[in-house]
Write a protein that binds this ligand. Sequence first.
Ligand SMILES: C[S@@+](CC[C@H](N)C(=O)[O-])C[C@H]1O[C@@H](n2cnc3c(N)ncnc32)[C@H](O)[C@@H]1O
Length: 243
Amino acid sequence: MQRYTYINKYIYIYNFFTNLFGLEIKLTEDNSHTLFVRELNETYHSVKGAIQEAQHVYIQKGLADYVKLTQLSSLNVLEIGFGTGLNTHLAHEFAVKNKIEINYTSIEAFPIKLEIIKQLNYPELIEFNQENYFKLHTIEWNKPTEIDEFFKLQKVPSKLENTELPTTTFDVVFFDAFAPDKQPEIWSKVIFENLMTAMKQGAFFVTYCAKGEVKRNLKSIGFRLETLQGPPGKREMIRAVKL
Ligand SMILES: C[S@@+](CC[C@H](N)C(=O)[O-])C[C@H]1O[C@@H](n2cnc3c(N)ncnc32)[C@H](O)[C@@H]1O
């Protein structure tokens, strides 16, 4: 019994420190936090403003524009990279404020420990019930969970490359992986083709990235490309529409 407790304590301390040392919390220019991954030399969000970027790319150019265009009141959203849950939290806020039902699926290969999540300042900065943010992190993985009457969340703990997606299902895809030079495999034509199959006709694919190669890959498999103004501090972003 004593030995068991000792091993558990050791694992806890080991996890705590690997998580803490692999990821650093950084302040971005809009005062919201992001995480910096030392091994990749990469941040989870734009250093010009994490909340501003998420609001602009995923909520405004993704959800809000799609709802305006289609007038739908019920959407299926797929996110690649749950990470800090910032996009998910903002999408939840959007759903409640606009009375839109959102069925949200988020795929994440490397879930972040709650010890780190608790240190992020999103609940202080986003005027939308603090508890909601933590609820997104504490629900079970792989289990569709009703957060409230407008928002249902399923978090999938796996790599996108190994995840089987349903066909013709999603209205909006938030593609928020690490940059193409850090993980080129996930920005490939094969991955984009799988995502396209999972999307409905007319669905939006939005990403913060505006690299020429990404645009060419998306275009070559049949998406209609829109290069839109980026969030503050970034010139452009991509929106691709399934024709
Ligand atoms: C740029 S961060 C954005 C995270 C999140 N959207 C947020 O707002 O915090 C990229 C995320 O993609 C995850 N990721 C990396 N490779 C992945 C893969 N192959 N499949 C699924 N998720 C992946 C990372 O662990 C990380 O959480």
